[in-house]
Design a protein around this ligand. Structure first.
Ligand code: PAF
Length: 280
């Protein structure tokens, strides 16, 4: 495990000198099958795989779950070793944000919709830490999951606009066998809340069926999703967005490639899920 930035840079420089490709999977730990899928993609396609575990304080709002965010370093290390990961980068908060820290990067426009609207400062924190991690780890390829569809688009914009020398590899969303999108925050759920949480994937499935049957009105689809949560205890819809998957502009009619994205608070957890309606 590497905790110091200087050491991580030295390791990365030495790998690059040996012409080895570096794959990178940034995480906040509490690893699940979704993370392992990203890691496996890196292991398959790169010579060396670096995974970072860092619960990034700058992407949490003042009333969010930074303190209670699940942390389980020991079992994460065991999982990484068993999977064959080459290097774990696990810096402290002070290492990443020493006293007097003052620089942030922000992707405009697409960061302002969906999660950016309800979590002020979230994407600014994500892009700042991801840029820092890219500078420290120096990866050739970095792997991100499509569950965080908007985060992926924001990071792609960061890389393109700032001419970063890293390829962003998209990896499809991973679900539990009953359809629940994998997330570290699923651990907060009681068994009753977990049942309720299934409404996210079920309502998206129903939306896709309705669209296949010919519904094109975004409002009708959005209402049908909303209905799904009515009467379900402990549920609060943050947003239902039916939008362009690149610009995140809301659509009135479902024509062309469309993203349906949801954020719903279930008990203590804010959960997100999405699906893409391909052009038809
Ligand atoms: O998706 C996450 O786990 C985080 O937002 C990331 C990309 C590791 C940045 O802290």
């Amino acid at each position: 495990m590497v905790s110091s930035i200087v050491k991580m840079k030295e390791v990365s420089e030495s790998l690059r000198k040996q012409n080895l490709t570096i794959g990178f999977v940034p995480t906040m730990g509490c690893l699940h099958e979704g993370h392992l899928k990203l890691i496996k993609r890196s292991l398959e396609s790169c010579d060396q795989t670096v995974v970072s575990i860092f619960v990034n304080p700058t992407q949490f709002g003042p009333n969010e779950d930074l303190d209670s965010y699940p942390r389980q370093l020991e079992s994460d290390i065991e999982r990484l070793e068993a999977t064959g990961v080459d290097i774990l980068f696990h810096p402290s908060k002070e290492e990443m944000y020493p006293a007097g820290y003052k620089t942030y990067v922000q992707v405009q426009n697409i960061s302002e919709h969906l999660c950016g609207k309800s979590r002020a400062g979230f994407f600014k924190g994500v892009t700042t830490v991801v840029l820092k991690l890219f500078n420290i780890v120096g990866p050739h390829n970095a792997f991100f999951g499509e569950k965080d569809w908007q985060q992926l688009a924001v990071i792609e914009a960061l890389v393109e606009d700032l001419n970063l020398d890293v390829a962003i590899i998209r990896v499809p969303l991973v679900r539990e066998s009953d359809g629940l999108a994998m997330s570290s925050r699923n651990r907060y759920l009681s068994s009753q809340e977990r049942k309720t949480a299934l409404s996210l994937s079920h309502s998206l499935q129903e939306a896709q069926n309705n669209i296949r049957r010919g519904t094109t009105s975004a409002k009708a689809i959005s209402n049908s999703i909303r209905q799904y949560f009515l009467g379900k205890e402990g549920c609060e819809i943050d947003y239902i967005s039916i939008c362009d998957p690149e610009s995140f502009k809301e659509k009135e009619q479902i024509r062309g490639r469309t993203l349906i994205a949801l954020a719903v608070k279930v008990g203590p957890s804010r959960l997100i899920d999405n699906c893409i309606i391909e052009e038809f």
